[in-house]
Design a protein around this ligand. Sequence first.
Ligand SMILES: O=C(O)c1ccccc1NCC(=O)[C@H](O)[C@H](O)COP(=O)(O)O
Length: 912
Amino acid sequence: FSPLGSHLRLAPRHDDSSAHLRGPCRVTSSRSLSCVSPSPSSAPSVPPASVPTAQSLSVPQRWSSALSLKANLTDATADAVEAARSQLPQGVTPDLAIVHACSLYSSKFQWDGLVPQMRRMLPDVKAIIGTTTGGNIGRSAEREEPGEAQEAEGVPSVSVTLASLPDVTIKPFQMLASEIPDKFDPAEDWISYLGVPPSDVPLFFMYSTPRFMRLQGLDNVIIGLDQAYPESKKVGGLASTFGASSSPAIFAWSAMSSSSNFNMTALWPENVPAGEISLDTFAQDGLIGLMLVGDIDVRTRLAHGCRPVSDRFRITKCEPHKIVEIFKDEPPSPQKMVDLEELSETAQSFAALQGANAEKRMSEDGVGAADTVPIDPWSEYTRLTYELDDTDANLIKKATMLGVEQVPMQLPSPSDVSQASSAASSRYLVEELPKASFREGGLLIQQPIQEGQTMRFYVRDMYGAQVDLSETLQRLAYDLDEDATFRPEGLFVLKGLDRGRKLFGKGNYEVEKLREWGYDGPLMGFFGDGAIGPMIKGGNTYLYGSCSLFVEIGPKNPDRTRASTPMNETTRARLREIKRQRGGSFMVSPFTSKVDYSPDNPDPDITLPRRLVNVARPVSISTIEFSLPELAPLPSHRLEEMVWSKEMEVDRLRDRYPMSNLMYQVGEYNLRPANRPRDLYGSLCRQKAERGVALVGECMKASPNHGILKAKYDPKAIASTYADGGERRGVAAVSVHIDNKYYAGNFDDLGAARRGSTVPIIASDIFVYAWQIVRARLAGADAVKLVAAVLSDRDLQAFLKVCERISVQAIVSVSSREQLERCLRLDGCKIVAINNLNFWDMQPDVHRTTRLLTDEMRRRLKEKEIFVLSEGGVDTAEELRAVVSAGADGVILSEAVLRDADPRSAIERMLT
Ligand SMILES: O=C(O)c1ccccc1NCC(=O)[C@H](O)[C@H](O)COP(=O)(O)O
C-alpha cells in the first residue's frame, strides 16, 4: 500500500464548475485563482496587507515548531501540534501551520486524516501547507520550551510549525504545470495569473512535487516569478519520500473567505464543505505556495555539496543523450561578454551563438591549439583520474559527477543571451554517471544535450560540504549577532536527501553545527528532493540538489517587538571573544581549506589540499547545480597562502633539478663522512634525559609575524651560538627556515648552519613535494619538519618513507587532536611538534599544547616512544614550565631568543 500512491485527479472547483472544461490555460487559469482573474491593471484585487501601526508593532511575530517521532502519524501529529502550540504564549493563535511528514508512515487512513486532524486541533488557523518528506529537522516535541534540535533520518517523524503573523496577509496558491504561464511570457501574465502586484513584494513560500519539476513547471515558475516579481524573494522545497516505495506529495488547506480572490483551489472538491475552498489531501503533481504580503522577510544562505574538479569543456559533437567529442573551453572574459552581447542581436539561437563565439575566440585569441583539439570524454576522464590528487581521484572514481551548463537550451531569446554571458546566471545540471556511461563512441548521460553546451566533472565530498557549511554558519552567526536590519524569529533548513548521514558520516551534523554557531531559535525543515531560493542576495532564484538552504524568517520591520532571541548569550559572548582575538571579525574567506572550525573548537583540524586551487569556488549538487561567478580564489588563512606560494615555487624548481638527478646525487652525498646524518631523535632524547627538557633553536632571517629579525643574517654564527656549550648547555638541534617568501631563507642556509655547529640541523619549510626533502638533504639537512595540516595521510606516510630512504629524520608538526591521532597511526613517526600558532593570523596560544596533551594522549604517545616538542609562543620560563608539565619533552624556542642580544643567556633564563 502506498498512501501517497494515488494519482492526481483534477476536478472542477465546486464554485466554478466550468473551469475544468477549459483547456490548459497559460494566463488565467481559474484553477489556481478565483473564477475572476484580475487583469494586470486591476491588480491588486486583494486587500492590501495592513500597514503596521505603533500598536500592531508591539505584537511580535512568533514561530514555534516541534518534531515528534511517535510511531503512528496521528499520534505524532497530535504530539507535534500540541508541543508547538504550547510554545506560543497563551492567547496567541497561529495564522499558519506547516507540516512536514515523513513518508515512512504507512496508514492510508491516517494520511487521509492528517489535514482534518490539524484543522480540528487548530481551528483558528488560516492556512495549512505541507509536504511528505524523506526525513525531518526540528526540535523535539517538548511542552512549553523547545527541545533538542535533531535531524530525524530513516525514522517516521512529523514536524509541525506554527506562525502567528501580525500585519501579514497570507495568500495561498496552487499551480499545475499545464496551466501556468510560460517562463517567456510577459511578466504581466504572471502578475495577472497571481493577482498580486509586484509592488506588494510578496514573499513566495512554495512546495513543489518532483513531477512538477520534471514537467518543466518549476522552471517556468522560478523564471517567471523572478521576472514578474524581481523584488520578491522566492523560497521553498521539493517534496520527497524516504525510499522509493511511495510517491512524494504536497498538501494544503486554506479557509480564506470565498469573497477573496486568493482562495486555495480545490483539487479534491468532493471532500470540501460548501463555502470553503480547499486542497485537503495529497497531490503528486503541482506546486502549492503562499504569498506572504506585509511585515515579513527572509534571509537565505546556501551550503553546497560538491565541487568541480575539471576544466570546462565545450561539447562539440553529441547526440541528444551522448557526448561524443569535447574541447577545452575558457570562461568568457569581460571582453568576450561584450562580444556575446553584440552577436546576440543577430544570432538565431544561443547554441549557434556559443559556437560562433568559441570559433571567434579560437581565431582571435589563439587559445592554445592543444587545448582546443577535440578529445573524447573518456580520455579526459582518464587523464583527470591521473592528474587529481589522491583524495579527489578516489572521489571521482567512487562517484563520477558530470555537470552540463543549462544556459543554451533554456535561454533562447536574445535578451536572455546577454544575461547568459554572465557566469552568475550560468547553471549546471549535475548528474551522477553510472559506471557504464562511458561507451565506445561517447559518454551516455540522462539529460538532453546539444552541441555548444559546456560540461565539467565534479566530485562530491564531505570536506567540501563541511567547509561550506562551516562558512555558511559563520555568516549566519555573524548576521544574527550584528545585523540589526533583519532579525529572524525562525529558521527553515531545506536540505537535499543526500545530505545528513550519507554525506557527513553521522547524524545531526548540521544541527549540531548550528548549535555550535549559537542558533537557538525555532527550527524547522526537511530532507527534500531539492530546495528553492536565491544563490546570492538579490540574485536569481534557483533550484538546488544536494545543498542545505538556510532560510531565516522574521518581520521586515526592525521596530517590531521581538519574540525570541535566536542566538544564545553564551555563544554571543564566545563570538565576541573570537572577533576580538581576530581583530574585529571572525569571518574567513570562503575558499577551499578543509577546516571544520567552530567556536567550540579552538584547535581546528585543518587539512589543506596539496594542489594549487585553480578552479572556481566549489558549488554543488547532485541533481541540479548552478555555478557562481568565477572568483579568483583567495587563501582562507596564512597557512593556505603559504602552501599556494610554495606549490608554485617548488613546481618551477622541480623542472630545473629533476628528482632522478637528486636521488642519484643523494646516494653519493650520504657516503661522504662529513655529511654523515646527525641523529636528531638521539640528540633530543639525550638532552631531555640530562636536563629534563630538550631545546631546539630557531634560525631565520625573518618571520611572518615579525618581519625582518636579523638584518645581517648569518646562519652559521647563529647555529654556533645556540650550540655553544654542547648538548648540555646549548640546544639539542637547530631548526633553519629555508622558505624564502616568509622567512627570507634558502637551501644554502642549511649548509651554513651545519658548518657552524655539531648538532642536527632541521630544515623548516612547507614540504609539499618529496623533491624538497631530497633537495634539503643535499643542502645539509639532517631532519625535516613536515606540516600535517598540508599533507594527506598518504603523502605523510610516503614522505616518511622518503626520509628513511635518504637518512633524514622527520618532525611532524600538528595543530589539532585529529592530527596527533594521525601521527599515532603513521609508520615511522618518532617526533611530533605541537604548533601553537593559529593559522588565521599566526598568533600563538601555548595552551594548545596543554589542551592536546591529555593524560590519555600522553600515554599513547609514550607507548609509541614519540618525542613531543611544543612550538610557537614559548617565550618565558613560566611558559616553558607549563608546556613541560603538560607533557612536552622539548620546545622549539621562539624568535624572542633569536632576537636577544645574548641568546645563550636568554636560554639560561628560560631554564631557571
Ligand atoms: O610548524 C608548523 O606547523 C608551521 C606551519 C606554518 C607556519 C609556521 C609553522 N610553525 C611555526 C614556525 O615555524 C615558527 O616558529 C614561526 O613561524 C616563527 O614565526 P613568528 O611567530 O612570526 O616569530
